[in-house]
Design a binder for this molecule. Sequence first.
Ligand SMILES: NC(=O)c1ccc[n+]([C@@H]2O[C@H](COP(=O)([O-])OP(=O)(O)OC[C@H]3O[C@@H](n4cnc5c(N)ncnc54)[C@H](OP(=O)(O)O)[C@@H]3O)[C@@H](O)[C@H]2O)c1
Length: 312
Amino acid sequence: MPGSEAATDLPRRLNVIGCGKAGRAVARLLHAHGLCVVGDVANRTLASAVEAVAFIGAGTPKPGIAAMDAAGLWLVATGDDAIAPSAEGLAASGRLRSGDIVFHLSGATASAALAPCRASGAMVASIHPVKNFSDPQASVRTFEGTWCGCEGDPAALALLQPAFERIGARLFCIDARYKALYHGGGAFACNFIPVLMELALRCEERAGIPREVALDMFEPIARETLDAVFRQGIAPALAGPISRGDAGTVARHLAAMDEWDPRVAQAYAQLGDVALDIVRSLGRVDAGRLDATRAAMRSAAATAQSTPEDPR
Ligand SMILES: NC(=O)c1ccc[n+]([C@@H]2O[C@H](COP(=O)([O-])OP(=O)(O)OC[C@H]3O[C@@H](n4cnc5c(N)ncnc54)[C@H](OP(=O)(O)O)[C@@H]3O)[C@@H](O)[C@H]2O)c1
């Protein structure tokens, strides 16, 4: 591991409450870079804590917060809903000392969820790695260059941020008030790409093209489009009838989808509405054509909304 010598003022001992996919990867990175020593690890079950400790290569599995020893640094990496109750449990345990740092990794939850710990004298923060930790082993290998959104007590961040930089993070500040929106944006950038492909495959299947053929057929253009987004930008990467203001084709798409599955028509119309904003901003297509295209999409969205149940 690069930078294996400790050179930050981060408290040496790290306890982890909730050491699943993200928690164990981050704990292992901090430990392996010599930035802290993993102390106690508590999960919902002791067996899971044992597994986490084996992954990290350090630490002591504990059956719960009450059994944990003191530490200067506490990572609460439970699922988001369990962060606040865990913070309450930690504060109530009497384990926290004034000046300890407690942090979590959530993108959607603010560091304020750790308020009970702050009330016990700790400093709190959140460092959200914009990364998929579904394979923690791979995440440790590929963490270098990961963007991490930070917010919280300045004194806590002043100690955490240099340590995260040492494990390869690229840091940026987020306003805690907008975390849900910030994290929701990530759903569009990441989670909905497979959903868009699913919609595409359903259309092809309905048109008689097998899913696996459709997937192969779309692979080159899907990859080229995503490459174009990052190489040239959003607007230049947008092609197709909406980008040309071709209201007739758009109306035929919508009619065909609406007849079969109004939800697909509605998804098309709502995404298309945003596509029109992009096209309009370029100022290259006649405004009247864009207005006609938008009218077709809004009427399809309205029709689909009035359709009661799953039509399939
Ligand atoms: N996964 C990602 O890609 C990712 C990316 C960025 C940020 N994050 C953030 O990282 C945090 C953890 O997510 P994750 O995906 O790593 O979740 P996860 O794999 O489900 O791990 C959560 C861990 O927390 C433990 N836990 C749950 N409730 C607990 C409690 N009350 N007390 C003690 N331990 C408890 C679970 O124990 P058991 O194993 O015993 O069930 C599990 O080990 C979340 O805030 C998430 O938003 C995740």
